[in-house]
Design a protein around this ligand. Structure first.
Ligand code: FES
Length: 142
């Protein structure tokens, strides 16, 4: 799987989009269409809303395809820590982890997550360890 990553900034934060991880929940563009415009290029237009509103929407992305970093912290090489992590087991769906975490892959690669991360619990995701929405198709119960 490719590791395509797109970045969009307003000078304060940078929204990071990983298209391969996108589960196409449509939450972003149905709830904040001033910023997320899938029919336009670039499809993320950072001048469409205030930073706090963009962060709020990015934090609702269930697949983890959308994330953000504060530009100051990115430049300093730091991650933002606001609270302890919370793990939520969703009915018939993924584990949702709220908070900052580091995902270490078998090849040693590490990914930093700063918001809600959905981890596959059904075993069917093509983007493990993350949920890609396959649990809705394979009838996962648990
Ligand atoms: S839990 Fe969503 S794809 Fe497995």
């Amino acid at each position: 799987m490719s590791e395509t990553t797109k970045k969009y900034t307003n000078g304060e934060i940078t929204v990071i989009w990983k298209p391969d991880a996108c589960a196409h929940s449509r939450l972003c563009w149905t709830q904040l269409n001033e910023v997320f415009k899938p029919k336009e290029r670039p499809w993320v237009q950072m001048d469409g809303a205030a930073t706090d509103r963009i962060i709020e929407q990015v934090n609702k992305c269930p697949s983890g395809a959308l994330s953000f970093v504060y530009n100051e912290e990115q430049e300093a090489g730091e991650s933002r820590v606001d609270a302890e992590s919370i793990v939520e087991v969703t009915p018939n769906g993924p584990l949702l982890i709220y908070g900052n975490l580091t995902v270490r892959h078998p090849d040693g690669r590490e990914e930093k997550k700063f918001k809600t991360t959905a981890l596959c619990r059904c075993g069917g995701s093509a983007n493990k360890p993350y949920c890609d929405g396959t649990h809705r198709k394979n009838g996962f119960e648990g």
